[in-house]
Design a protein around this ligand. Sequence first.
Ligand code: EPZ
Length: 424
Amino acid sequence: MDKLLITGGNRLEGDVRISGAKNSALPLLAATLLASTPITLSNVPHLQDVTTLIQLLGRMGVTVSINEKCDVEVNANTLSTPIAPYELVKTMRASIFVLGPLLARFGEAQVSLPGGCAIGSRPVDQHLKGLAALGAEITVEKGYVHARRHGRLQGARFVFDMVTVGGTENVLMAAALAEGRTILENAAREPEIVDLANMLTAMGAKIEGAGTDTIIIDGVESLSGCHYSVCPDRIETGSYLAAAAMTGGRVRATHTDPKPLDAVLLKFLEMGAKVQTGPDWIEVDMEGRRPRSVSFRTVAHPGFPTDMQAQFMAILAVAEGTGTIMETIFENRFMHVPELNRMGAGIQVDGHLAVVRGVEKLSGAPVMATDLRASMSLVLAALAAEGDTLIDRIYHIDRGYERVEEKLAQLGAKIRRVSNRGGA
Ligand code: EPZ
């Protein structure tokens, strides 16, 4: 199992090129199942989760190829079996995104229930309720969701019990091929939903209101292929900008989009960073200063994103003052805390609240990653810590950050991947 060895203390400086968004590429890849003719996706990040979903499509008989420009070309007409097996779904819960498209396009689907993950139980009840509202017959047996439709799905008005990104995406994809009008209320507003709606529209769907809490879809008979480019990854962007805040440095994220990051950029300003933005770049410059502590609560978009919570906790760990973090989205998303405290951080947790008393310096230590964003939090802490930090189980970070050690080394970090097989 690979590890990352980081020697802290360097100020990070320079430009980092942001990849396509993992949390957009995954639903977009699932949405290719809806197209009656081949579809091409560009700017797809090269990540383990994306590879797993491409494997899943292939396992179902879908033809997937990668062209010379690393675009992903998908032809769903060769689909032979609408079954998403447990052994693939258990490794990547976003496989549940194929449920809506398989049902809408092919009339049935058997998708293993994803089960929970480290950060929470993450049920999919809203996905199933929404599809049932469109007329699907849903049963759950032996750990699999069986979905069927008799005739076309029927448009309906559906109110989500709580704001769910994946639930909104799954039902939106199914509604695109339903008969008549679907109105989704209390829908999630994340930018990845807008990206999905934009691609579906390019395929011929009729969608209004994506990015607001009410989405209106007028179903069409069929959707055709298109060439679509995945939006930039706002969480990868925020994570590398956080590296500047941690180390008193200056990082400019390029090929990205500042618009979805207002809540995060305001926090960088509040901690004393100089923030500049352009149409497709963002620069955070700490000018050598130590960040001032801030407080925040994670909420649905456009509020402060839960996917940036662990990274900002690392900044608060070395900030001047004491800050509080309230995690309102997931029930168990503080697993980076014990590891940060082993590096000398002063963090106390009480339920969904963390109180972070900033310390002058963290000290390097052997630590273990527990989930995707927690692993980035440990990397950030290691960049600012005195001495060496060896991070174990970094397969977590490879799920969501493309070429992480390469991008950090380009910014001046002393970082290398070591494998148990010895050597670099
Ligand atoms: C997406 O997960 C993202 N993943 C997550 O990013 C992100 O943290 C999350 O949205 C919130 O922004 C992808 O897009 C692949 P939810 P998702 O449904 O769709 C509860 C990362 O680090 N809920 O919005 O699974 C759920 O338990 C990952 O990149 C139900 O109760 O999140 C959670 O508490 C982590 N029933 C809350 O809603 C449901 O049917 C929000 O979950 C669905 C969700």
